[in-house]
Design a protein around this ligand. Structure first.
Ligand SMILES: C[S@@+](CC[C@H](N)C(=O)[O-])C[C@H]1O[C@@H](n2cnc3c(N)ncnc32)[C@H](O)[C@@H]1O
Length: 222
């Protein structure tokens, strides 16, 4: 008769608008091989879009939120790609996150055996550091500094203040919306982010203007 098909995929409309411009930058800046760790994958829509387009790299999605991981897994079931790995539980505020992934692939939740032959060479983090406490951004930098090899890339995407100023009226409004929701959230200062990255051995490479007053910011592990 009828199968009871559960569909746990979540949808974030912005991903369809920003995925092509982001892909253009990723194709240009990511190392050709290795595994791309995506921090804060959210719905998983970026993961299923990028993974097949960035082969032969593996794509490892992650999120600390269980319902996001369920959505990522549902997207992966819906659009299977051999290079798209199962989502892992990763919170950048956990000071051990990089050691857990680096020291023994088996310690990740769930284990990621593919990392033994295809180590993490890049980290992609889209729309997270302003929608989380600053400690999450600092934890991202600290872990990236530990896990990336020399030449490895950290890619950030989102809105940023530049020279202490918002880059558009819409970002002013967005910033105050975020801070109303949680005072520890908010659009970050690009200079502060670059400085925090430098302290972890991540050298700023370039900033690319993106649609809707966002920026791509690229760092290279020295
Ligand atoms: C606005 S969503 C962005 C999701 C996706 N990258 C996108 O662009 O659609 C922010 C995500 O950051 C995740 N997040 C929040 N704090 C985090 C942390 N400390 N470490 C890793 N991810 C975190 C949330 O669970 C959420 O999925």
């Amino acid at each position: 008769m009828f199968e009871n098909i559960r569909d746990d995929r979540q949808f974030a409309p912005a991903t369809v608008r920003n995925r092509e411009p982001i892909l253009g930058v990723l194709r240009r800046v990511l190392p050709q091989r290795g595994t791309v760790l995506e921090v804060a994958s959210g719905t998983g829509e970026h993961a299923v879009f990028f993974a097949p387009r960035l082969k032969p790299r593996f794509w490892l999605p992650s999120d600390p939120d269980p319902s996001s991981r369920v959505s990522i897994a549902a997207w992966r079931d819906y659009q299977p790609v051999e290079t798209l790995l199962a989502p892992i539980d990763l919170d950048t505020r956990d000071p051990e996150w990089a050691q857990v992934l680096r020291a023994a692939n088996a310690n990740a939740r769930p284990p990621v055996p593919e990392l033994a032959r295809s180590p993490i060479c890049s980290i992609v983090c889209i729309n997270m550091i302003h929608i989380a406490p600053w400690s999450a951004g600092l934890g991202l930098m600290a872990g990236a500094g530990q896990i990336l090899p020399p030449g490895g890339i950290l890619y950030l995407y989102g809105p940023f203040k530049e020279n202490g100023q918002h880059t558009s009226p819409s970002n002013v409004a967005f910033d105050s919306l975020l801070r109303d929701r949680d005072p520890s959230w908010g659009v970050r200062d690009l200079e502060q982010v670059v400085e925090a990255a430098a302290q972890q051995g991540l050298q700023w490479q370039e900033t690319v203007e993106m649609p809707a007053n966002n920026r791509s910011v690229v760092f290279c592990r020295t």
